[in-house]
Write a protein that binds this ligand. Structure first.
Ligand SMILES: Cc1cc2nc3c(=O)[nH]c(=O)nc-3n(C[C@H](O)[C@H](O)[C@H](O)COP(=O)(O)O)c2cc1C
Ligand SMILES: [Mn+2]
Length: 522
């Protein structure tokens, strides 16, 4: 029973007692962010707390008639509700089953396969002729400033759209991508487009740049292009030739939770997010053609922005208080020119804030972590479990437990992570043996620090780093480190005896448990 739109999802949140309506007037500049930050951190202990409720602000200063929904994913319970599962591991289980699918042997196996085939049937989005997102169509007179877009932090460069599903098309394959990339509002009709250079939409842009410059002699051959390479005046030049041309972009704001979530999933470019959303919700996503661009958007989206990015244009974006807990500073990014807005009547503006963890995105990241485990195990078979604590802000810290079978294996696993999609950004990897619970940070700290001789067990490497890393030697390029905290073997040159961990005998634990009341300690 998938949610067909944001409103069905909101109704489910109300029914579950997971949303609080706020009728007092609030200012979209800083005030909504301060309220939401406090609520996100309710009960936060050891990183993630239970997280406070989702918030529906019904009375936004300067935006009569507009509502803001925020913190919709901000707890483990809501993340499960959003993806309609009892636990995130249950979803991981469904994915594992699908990946393990082999040709069935007997009738019973064939019957068992039916639900999995149904899962596959729901993958492909369904084209419909119209939908609620077309209730109001505005081509000539519209303004982004009408929407209750937040300024989140004092040093932010302005208002930012923070929960947009940005759709682009790969010019080579025609495949659609959805990515969540924040958008700084410059004026009534233009915004920044913060797709970092490693992301799929940036590659779509680069493909167009290569094509635009293809006539220019050597480019077709080398085609090494950095879309945000500075070249005086904010324009982009490839081998001295300024490139131009438009790239169509559509942005959906306020979609059903599976679509919104799919936009942050670090899936390989071959997989369309619409298929991920369809799989998660067990029902195809209904999509409708845009009015002015050759793209499709979820038919039930609250707000759709249509327009273009000029592939040769860059503009200063930021600063923006980011999910690292620091501001991401000014930098040059592409510009989105809006040419048409369609929306539902009385649209609900869905948004989020990022800042010091834990906040809403910590729960989205937890879901990504759980859901990706089966896929990561396909590439790294010795992987038992992994965890990215919220304070590691996704790219700074990953803890992995492995079943070690040969010398040097922890380092092999580090290298695998550093070459696995967006996990390439991981600044610090900690590898422990399989009997260590990676979610128990106390246990990890104890093991990781006891088990290493730092000079011997730390592996450094160089490569791409997250665009948000403000400490790396260069933007987007720097060093990373892996800590091999597994037990060291003689075959790894360790010839000292390795001690056992301190633990009481099972017999004595049982005896004390049995007699516990006698001691009057509780
Ligand atoms: C709330 C939120 C905001 C995000 N903002 C950005 C952003 O501004 N730029 C960016 O490149 N990635 C951002 N991300 C991460 C991307 O959405 C994520 O890397 C996603 O996998 C990108 O999609 P793609 O792989 O199709 O490019 C954000 C994620 C979340 C949860
Ligand atoms: Mn993608």
């Amino acid at each position: 029973m998938a949610y067909d739109d944001l409103r069905e999802w909101l109704a489910a949140l109300e029914k579950a007692g997971e949303v609080k309506r706020i009728s007092a007037e609030v200012d979209p500049v800083l005030e909504v962010a301060e309220i939401t930050d406090r609520v996100s951190k309710w009960g936060a202990r050891n990183g993630r707390g239970p997280g406070g409720p989702a918030l529906l602000f019904e009375n936004v200063k300067g935006h009569a008639g507009h509502k803001i929904l925020i913190n919709q994913f901000g707890s483990e319970r809501r993340m499960n509700l959003a993806l309609e599962s009892n636990s995130l591991d249950e979803i991981a289980g469904r994915i594992r089953q699908m990946m393990e699918m082999k040709s069935p042997q007997g009738l019973l196996e064939k019957i068992k396969m039916l639900p999995k085939l149904a899962d596959l049937g729901s993958l492909f989005p369904k084209r419909v002729s119209s939908g609620p997102c077309k209730e109001v169509i505005r081509r000539d007179s519209f303004s982004l400033l009408d929407f209750p877009i937040l300024q989140c932090w004092p040093q932010d460069a302005g208002r930012f759209i923070t929960l947009p599903c940005v759709m682009t098309r790969d010019p080579r394959t025609g495949k659609r991508n959805i990515g969540m990339y924040r958008m700084q509002v410059y004026d009534a009709t233009s915004t920044g487009m913060h797709w970092q250079r490693h992301k799929n939409a940036a590659e779509h842009q680069r493909e167009r740049m290569r094509a635009a410059a293809a006539g220019a002699e050597t480019l077709g051959k080398t085609a090494s292009v950095d879309i945000m390479a500075r070249s005086g005046g904010g324009s982009i030049a490839i081998q001295g030739k300024t490139v131009g041309g438009k790239m169509e972009v559509a942005v959906a704001i306020g979609t059903d939770p599976a679509v919104t979530f799919s936009a942050i999933v670090p899936a390989p470019p071959e997989i369309e997010e619409y298929m991920i959303a369809g799989f998660l919700r067990g029902k195809p996503v209904e999509v409708v053609r845009c009015e002015t661009v050759d793209l499709e958007v979820p038919a039930s989206a609250e707000i759709v922005l249509e327009g273009t990015v000029d592939i040769g244009e860059l503009r200063t974006e930021g600063p923006f208080g980011d999910h690292t807990g620091f501001y991401s500073l000014e930098d040059l990014y592409p510009v989105f020119h809006v040419q048409c807005i369609t929306h539902r009547k009385n649209p609900i503006y869905a948004t989020t804030i990022v800042g010091k963890p834990p906040q809403e995105d910590a729960w989205m990241a937890l879901a990504v972590e759980r859901i990706f485990l089966p896929a990561a195990k396909m590439t790294i078979p010795e992987l038992v479990d992994f965890h990215l604590p919220p304070e590691g802000v996704a790219h700074n810290l990953m803890i992995l437990s492995i079943r070690k079978s040969y010398p040097g294996q922890a380092r092999k696993v580090m290298n695998a992570i550093w070459s696995l999609g967006q996990a390439m950004f991981t600044k610090c990897i900690v590898v422990v043996d399989e009997d260590c619970d990676v979610h128990d940070l106390r246990e990890v700290t104890l093991r990781a620090l006891n088990n290493i001789d730092p000079e011997r067990d730390i592996q450094f490497t160089l490569g791409p780093v997250d665009s948000l890393d403000h400490a790396s030697r260069l933007p987007n390029f720097g060093s990373k480190m892996g800590i091999d905290a597994t037990r060291k073997w003689p075959t790894e040159g360790f010839h000292r005896p390795w001690p056992d961990e301190v633990e009481m005998s099972a017999q004595m634990k049982e005896q004390v448990a049995r007699r516990w009341k006698e001691f009057g300690l509780e």
